[in-house]
Structure formats: structure tokens, C-alpha cells
Design a protein around this ligand. Sequence first.
Ligand SMILES: *Cc1c(COP(=O)(O)O)cnc(C)c1O
Length: 379
Amino acid sequence: MNKRIYLSPPHVSGYEMRYVQEAFDTNWIAPLGPNVTAFEEELSEYVGVKHGLALSSGTAGVHLALRCLGVEQGDYVFCSSLTFAGSCNPILYQKAIPVFIDSEPESWNMSPTALEKALIWAKQENKLPKAVIIVDLYGQSADYERLLPICEHYGVPVIEDAAEALGASYRGKKCGTYGVYNIFSFNGNKIITTSGGGMILSNDHEGIEKMKFWATQAREPVRHYEHKEIGYNYRMSNICAGIGRGQLAALDKRISERKAVRQQYVEAFKNLPVEFMPILQKGSPNYWLTVLTVQENCRIRPENIMVALEEKNIESRPIWKPMHLQPIYQPYPFFSHTNQGSLGESLFMKGICLPSGSSMTCSELEKVIDTIMKIFHEG
Ligand SMILES: *Cc1c(COP(=O)(O)O)cnc(C)c1O
């Protein structure tokens, strides 16, 4: 069988081993250590936020941010519906009530119209959310110029889930600066990886210190082990942080490589009945995944494409299945962009994520393109 072409595999820069070796040489094979602090500093400087807190996952970041904003049992938390479950599972960890917000057609990110509808409803219920989690989907910033004033008007803090959008920007400011707390993920499939990990960025020093305390089992600062609050084992290891430092050094290169992948798909498919995820004029994505939708009247369905690719040992995926359609989240409220069904659902039905890795070779990309062209031309 040919070598599998993955959706978004890790891409080694060659700088990682230097930091990992340093950790071994100095015997910092431990949670925490100098790489963790350096990775926090380097990443927060890159993004333009004062403080970073390196964690075992992006999901852990969402969880700590919710707790830091005082989210407790029975509170509402709003969240983008078209996302990965890591964005909203922590709402249930806190026994709070998720309320899902539809996408808008311009960016596929959270719809300001749907957000406003949901806030009006919550206000009538006399229960405004404790937080709004806004996702930057597939490496593209949400439209914060329109979303933030709405949240400010109701006095609701924003958590930016920029897990997929490290390096992307919006109106000249990087993703990961738009929330009170901002989350990144370094899972194996993200634009850079630590093999697994995440980070919270924030200008709120006190909040970061509080979250650091919870992330290290809420150990009181005394000699013996003393606990007054519940904590978690959520910190990043010094080895993983070393990988992260080496990966971060190549981030800008990874963005241009992924951008080039997208451009080649766009060029190759310009006469096919497909549409690519629209890109906001005010934004500059990191092109994490190239995603397209197949026109509804076309006889070729995303399923046919995915099956044909799989036959050639090429990985592809549908667009995220919206959270409000997930069995576990079905009981919770959802606010749609229009009155005619949800946009997220229609994107899920007609969308497909293409192999987008920065390490994909020209011949691999050609193979993906040829396979897709063939389906449309031969059926
Ligand atoms: C990957 C991802 C997460 C979760 O990150 P982990 O590091 O895998 O826990 C959260 N939100 C979004 C939108 C993601 O894509």
C-alpha cells in the first residue's frame, strides 16, 4: 500500500531535538522546567499577550478559563456550535448549561445575529451567560469587530478558542488576543504540535496565577501537601515544551506552506461545482485546513469524494458535526443564523476537509487533486 496521506500530520522542524536534548542533559525530564517557562514566554510574545500558561491540552485550557470566570452548576455558557467537542465539553465538566450559537455564511464562525438573539433570550430569562466561547474555525478568525461589541453591551466576557488558529490574525492583531482568556492547542494535528498540549494566554496576571494553581493540583504554598480547593494535573511537561519551542520556530513557514496548499486546490478546482471556506477581507488565516463545500445540486456528494480518496489511502473528513446535533448536546438550546434551519448543519452536510499538511509533497498533492478531478469528470 502507498504511504498514507494524512489530513494534517505533525511536521518536524529539526529544531525540536536541541531543546529536548537540553532537557535530558540537565535531567529536567519532569513536569515543568525551563522549557515550559521559555515556551510560555516565546508564544505569548509571538501572539502579543502578556502571560502564557502551558497545559496538557487545549481542552484543559477551556476548562480552567471557565472556572476562572466563575462558571458553576446551572450557569449558562454560550459556545460556537460548529466546532470540535473540546470547545464545549468543559462546560459540562463545570455542570453548567451550554447554549449553542450558529455560524454566519461570511466566515463560518459565530454569527453575530444568532449571538444577539441568544443574548436577548438569556436576558429575558434573567440569566445572562457567564462566558461566550468564540471559536476561530479551521484557522480563520471570527469577526470580532462585530461580535465583541455585542458581548460588551451585555457585559459578558469572551473566551477565544483559537486552538486551530495559532498565527492567524484579524485587522492586524493576532488570534488569541480577542478574549479575556485565549486558548491554543498543540495536539498532533494542529499547525504546530507538542505531541499533545495547550496554552492559555491572557493579560490578566492574577487570573493566570489562579489557573496555574488549579492546574498543579491546587497545592497550598506550604511544605506539606495542603488542599483547600479541588485541582487538576493539567500542566505541560518540560519535554513537550521543548518540542513546542522547536515547532514555534517554524510556525510562519508552516503558515505559508499551508497557504500554498490551499492556493493549489483553489487553482485546480476553479471549474468544479465547489466552494472554498470564504475568507474575511479583514483577516489573515493560518490556513490550517483547506475546506470546501460541494454545491447541493451536484450529483457528486462529499461521501463519494471521501470514499474515492480513502481507496487511494488518502485521509479526508467531513466538516465538524455541529455540537447542537450531537446526541449528548441535543437537550441544550441552540440559536440559528436564520429561521430556515442551521447554517452549521448545511455546511456539515456538504463540506469536506482536504489533506492540508505543510509537509505534503508536490506529488502527494497532485495525487489528491487528480483523484478528486477524476470523480467529477467520470462520476
Ligand atoms: C483541537 C481543538 C480543541 C482541543 O484541543 P486539545 O488540545 O485536543 O484538547 C479545542 N477546540 C478546538 C476548536 C479544537 O480544534
